[in-house]
Design a protein. Structure first.
Length: 145
């Protein structure tokens, strides 16, 4: 069995224009069973990829700024939340479905930078990490006689 080279290539159109990704389930949403995966039917995020060039450039610049501002390496949680959220707002998240609040720039602008919404930020980043990836495909090798 061999791997099809084309199945390892990224879908650059989806990476740059975005794609709807469903987290389907997420751990830690039930305090009584913190390791249990909780189903999230209907929830999906329209995100660009973390490989989207403007995001990758902005991420590196923000990381350098934070390293200079906090040379000890310990970045306060609220500062990190604002930085990650700002980048997600500007470059990654383009829409959502399945939340009780409709997607809007005002709501996203306050939610993604809020320290307490770390789960939403993590979901958006997870979805952005999947955009553009393809499922690996295999080719059966010809059998010898």
């Amino acid at each position: 069995m061999t791997v099809k080279l084309g199945s390892l290539a990224a879908d650059l159109t989806k990476e740059r224009e975005g794609d709807w990704i469903e987290p389907k389930e997420w751990p830690g949403l039930n305090p009584e069973k913190p390791y249990e995966q909780v189903p999230l039917p209907g929830l999906s995020f329209l995100t660009r990829s973390i490989n989207y060039p403007p995001y990758a450039t902005a991420y590196q610049a923000e990381l350098e700024k934070l390293r200079q501002a906090y040379p000890s390496g310990t970045i306060p949680a609220d500062v990190q939340a604002k930085a990650e959220g700002k980048l997600a707002i500007e470059h990654l998240l383009l829409g959502w479905r399945g939340l009780d609040v409709p997607y809007s720039a005002d709501i996203v602008g306050s939610v993604l930078v809020a320290e307490e919404h770390r789960v939403i930020r993590a979901m958006v980043r997870w979805c952005a990490g999947i955009v553009g990836k393809r499922k690996v495909e295999f080719e059966e090798a010809a059998s010898k006689n």
